[in-house]
Design a binder for this molecule. Structure first.
Ligand code: MCN
Length: 785
């Protein structure tokens, strides 16, 4: 049976293999003669390398080679490129050698590699590499790093400033002068560590005869890795095959092209055998990118009636020690341009300073820039409401952009595609029974309970394209997608897509689209992705773009298949092509529906081509490319209800209501799953997670014993609702959903906790809101403040 493209809650077809241990991840691949690579990492966050002695390690059993950064450089391997340099920000892009040469800049920076016949021998030998370090002073805080007299990381970036980027819309100074109230806040959007189930891994096989390289790698975007790898290895792009087999989650951390990718290639090329590296969890914490880490000074100005007239901010974004693949685009384009949120804020100005520090490089982490913007806006909106003694719902309603379907420009220069913010809020309020809840809150407060309600009415930007905009904002690639639909004689279908899902479920949703559009049973459709030799060019799965952009390409290919099928059907039924229509899986003659052919009939004839229109190419296969005309802007309302234990500072989440709008919904079950996971990740930031460095740049939260990730037992059943406001920027009217939960939930929780603590006069606690921090705040609270 053909599936519905929209609304069919089909179970994820990828799950049985994932849940029964039958999926193959990079580390599962073993090639004949394969060697293993281990990385020697700096224990210092900043140090001069005085010398490296590899002799002892090289003499150990099973060791095939020990190499330094200089060896890689001498072999022609270049630095890891940064793929996003935002124009107009005077961005400094210092060299990022895959293995440090002369200087290490963060604890975990690679200083040497060891290759051995066995992974344990490699790790043992790595410990025998002797490195003579001269430690240097360290700076880990982004704001502090810009001050005079601080340690300098890169000669070309004085004051550790990588860039200064500004966004301006309207006249913010005049807006602040005209305001009745101004609220200010310093927000620390703390550093987070992505926790994909599968750590990173890379396996390279260089075939010297043909000059060809195959790299199996844990990547969200194998085509981008292929492109960047061709730059730093010097191997031509068309001789590189990058395969992202099963990838056990990424959440943004598997977007970058990492030094280890280049290391295995170098080792394989040098030693003439396949070489594999698999990260340990503690390596993962130190060497895979981190997310967020913003210090934000924000002010919001409003009139007495609650009309927000301006937003002004200064942000120090911690980029870590080197520029990771997309790092400079996150605190600028994906953060700074979203400062209007769901509101009509006509005057906005923000200065963003991108800063180098002696910490792990940062890059995209689920939401990437938008959680930092949404938290800022949603918190400040609440503070204005508090100051004006307005209900947080009223102030939001007053400032929302009214419903629109044909584009709405905001002060930062973006044009939102479609939105109905009030619609989502009203639905969520209904689900919550807001008046009833507030009444109960009053009663419970009288009994001494600390209960609070928190709102987050977000709008976010995703579905990254269009490519012209990508180019204009300095992204080093395109942002279009492509797809190939291929029918076999039996009527079975293979679909090859450029996107590279790694847990999101497009093998199911894209099969649903093909099935519904062409009348093929969903089981007959197989989706292929993640192999540059097999799939057409694509720019990857991130920025919740796979569905809004990838489905556009798929629909293009489906359209071409339908066109060809009409020609073949017309020939078979001896009718004119113009007289052939398509409905419910059948191509039929208008006015004579019994005269029809199925797509399977057409596929057989097109493949054997026995009785076939003259001049028409045989085969039933089509490829298409799609570049959207705009981004998409999902939105919604998330509401948290919390109770704070005054004795212990513990926060109990009593209810969580979320109404999201991602345009037309393909698979509601998958969409709900994405929202669940997203909400949990955002709550993790609000309540538990936070990477901490000591004054020497040592990562104190270097393992799962010290870094608290959310667990299922900490949550109530989420109450989810949807509204559907289609977009016009892609053929199906779909927007992304992969990040909305993460973007929305952090401020909802934070605002709820602050609402709970308001009677005590507590107005601010830095995230994460751990029981200890909350308890201390309650202890030092001044009621009535
Ligand atoms: N979907 C749908 N109807 C819509 C929109 C989406 O049915 N209107 C479905 C899609 O077809 C897909 C899923 O929802 O099955 C998510 O699609 P989309 O919003 O397009 O997001 P992407 O596939 O591009 O995934 C990226 C997004 C991001 S940016 C991060 S980070 C993230 C996330 O997805 N990382 C994840 N979700 C994740 N889920 C898992 N399991 N693992 C990760 O690493």
């Amino acid at each position: 049976m053909a599936a519905n493209a929209f609304g069919a809650a089909i179970k994820r077809r990828e799950d049985p293999r994932l849940l029964t241990g039958q999926a193959r991840y990079t580390d599962d691949f073993t090639l004949p003669g394969m060697a293993h690579l281990a990385v020697v990492r700096s224990p210092y966050a900043h140090a001069r390398i005085k010398g490296i002695s590899t002799k002892k390690a090289a003499a150990m059993k099973g060791v095939l080679g020990v190499f330094t950064g200089r060896d890689m450089k001498d072999a022609g391997f270049g630095g890891i490129p940064c793929a996003w340099v935002v124009p107009g920000s005077d961005t400094k892009t210092p060299a990022y050698p895959p293995i440090a040469i002369d200087l290490v800049r963060y604890a975990g920076n690679a200083v040497a590699i060891v290759v051995a016949t066995d992974r344990y021998l490699a790790r043992d030998a790595a410990e025998a590499v002797e490195v003579d370090y001269a430690p240097l002073p360290v700076v880990t805080d982004a704001e502090k790093a810009t001050a005079k007299g601080q340690p300098q990381l890169h000669a070309e970036a004085p004051g550790n400033q990588c860039f200064h980027w500004k966004v301006s819309g309207g006249d913010v100074e005049a807006a602040f002068r005209s305001a009745d109230v101004v609220v200010k806040e310093r927000i620390i959007n703390q550093r987070l560590i992505p926790n994909a189930m599968e750590p990173r891994a890379a396996l390279a096989q260089y075939m010297s005869g043909a000059g060809e390289l195959t790299l199996w790698v844990t990547s969200q975007n194998p085509h981008i890795v292929r492109f960047l790898l061709s730059l730093d290895t010097g191997i031509p792009e068309n001789k590189i095959r990058v395969i992202a087999p099963e990838v056990g989650g990424g959440f943004g951390s598997k977007i970058p092209h990492y030094p280890e990718d280049a290391m295995v290639v170098f080792a394989s090329k040098t030693l003439g055998c396949p070489v594999k590296w698999t990260e340990t969890r503690s390596e993962n914490y130190r060497s895979t990118i981190h997310g967020r880490d913003h210090i934000q000074d924000v002010e919001m100005a409003a009139k007495k009636d609650g009309t927000i007239v301006g937003l002004r901010a200064k942000v120090w974004a911690n980029l870590g020690a080197y520029l990771s693949t997309a790092s400079t685009g996150i605190p600028t384009i994906l953060h700074g341009l979203m400062l209007s949120g769901a509101y009509e804020i006509k005057n906005i100005h923000e200065d963003v300073y991108g800063v180098f520090t002696n910490t792990t490089p940062t890059d995209a982490y689920r939401g990437a820039g938008r959680p930092e913007a949404t938290f800022m806006v949603e918190r400040l909106v609440d503070l204005v409401a508090q100051k004006l003694k307005m209900d947080p719902v009223e102030i939001r309603k007053k400032n929302f952009i009214p419903p629109f379907t044909d584009g709405h420009p905001v002060a930062t220069g973006l044009v939102y595609d479609s939105g109905n913010y009030i619609g989502a809020l009203e639905k969520a309020l209904q689900m919550l029974d807001y008046p009833g809840l507030r009444r109960k809150q009053v009663e419970r407060r009288k009994k001494g309970e600390l209960v609070g309600v928190g709102f987050s009415t977000y709008a976010e930007i995703c579905g990254l394209g269009p490519s012209q905009v990508a180019g204009a904002v300095g992204f080093g690639g395109g942002l279009w997608e492509s797809a190939i639909v291929r029918f076999h004689p039996s009527g079975k279908v293979n679909v090859f897509v450029g996107i590279s899902p790694h847990g999101q479920g497009e093998e199911t949703t894209f099969a649903q689209i093909v099935s519904s559009e062409l009348g093929v049973p969903v089981e007959d459709v197989e989706i292929f992705h993640g192999d540059t030799a097999q799939t057409p060019m694509g720019w990857g799965s991130y920025g919740s773009r796979s569905t809004p952009v990838g489905s556009g390409a798929l629909m293009g290919a489906i359209g071409k298949i339908k066109e060809k099928a009409r020609i073949v059907t017309a020939h078979l039924l001896e009718a004119a092509v113009e007289d052939i229509d398509y409905a419910d899986g059948k191509f039929y003659v208008k006015g004579a529906p019994s005269k029809s052919k199925t797509i399977q009939d057409v596929a057989l004839m097109a493949n054997v081509a026995w009785n076939y229109p003259s001049g028409l190419e045989p085969g039933l296969e089509a490829s298409a490319f799609f570049d959207p005309s705009n981004f998409v802007y999902p939105f919604g309302t998330h509401i948290a209800v919390v109770r704070v234990d005054a004795e212990t500072g513990e926060i109990k989440l009593e209810r969580y209501v979320a109404v999201d709008d991602c345009g037309r919904v393909i698979n509601p079950m998958i969409v709900e799953g994405q929202i669940h996971g997203g909400i949990v990740q955002g709550i993790g930031q609000a309540l538990w997670e936070g990477a901490a460095y000591d004054e020497n740049g040592q990562l104190l939260t270097g393992s799962m014993m010290d870094y608290v990730v959310p667990k299922a037992d900490g949550f109530p059943v989420f109450e989810l609702g949807m509204t559907e406001t289609p977009t016009k920027v892609n053929p199906l009217g779909v927007k992304g959903i992969g990040e909305t939960g993460t973007i929305a939930s952090t401020p909802a929780i934070y605002n709820a906790v602050m609402d709970a603590l308001a009677p005590l006069g507590v107005g601010k606690i830095d995230m994460p809101l751990t029981p200890e921090r909350v308890w201390r705040a309650i202890r030092s609270a001044k009621p009535g403040k």
